[in-house]
Design a protein around this ligand. Sequence first.
Ligand SMILES: [Zn+2]
Length: 179
Amino acid sequence: MALREIRTIGDEALRKKCKPVREVDDRVRMLLQDIEDTLRSDENGAGLAAPQIGILRRLIVVNTPDGSYLKLVNPEIVASEGEHEVVEGCLSVPGRWGKLMRPVKVTVKALDENGKEVTIEAENDYAKLYCHEIDHLDGILFIDKVTEFIEDDEDWDEDDEDDEDDVDEDPDETGPENE
Ligand SMILES: [Zn+2]
């Protein structure tokens, strides 16, 4: 078991395009285990990609709906369906959350830790998770796609409908403050 330091924004490893893994060997399995161990050590972690621990290879580990950890090699989104607004954060971007658009459903192809091809269908939070982790492999962070950063927890469930700038025709009228 090896815990690695999670790289945070500013670290150039987070901005590199990772290389595909050519052979799933013991070294790759060891790296996947390190990613899993590091992910497990953070109670808020849903997924972790290799560049987040400074390894520029296409490897991710995600926490699955049944609570287990899935280790994937060369994951690729081969199909996606729908689009909706989600809220994301990232272990490499501590303390920041934002709204962005992600597919509702994705199909992911990858190799498992034994080099066997697997296909995964994921929806909603899990679709978001695969998109987020696979973006990491191309040096993309969620903050690149954010349409609006969230400063406080209280804004999380707020409806967006009133976000357009209102032109107030009546200078005497002051609208209610957001609560
Ligand atoms: Zn992340």
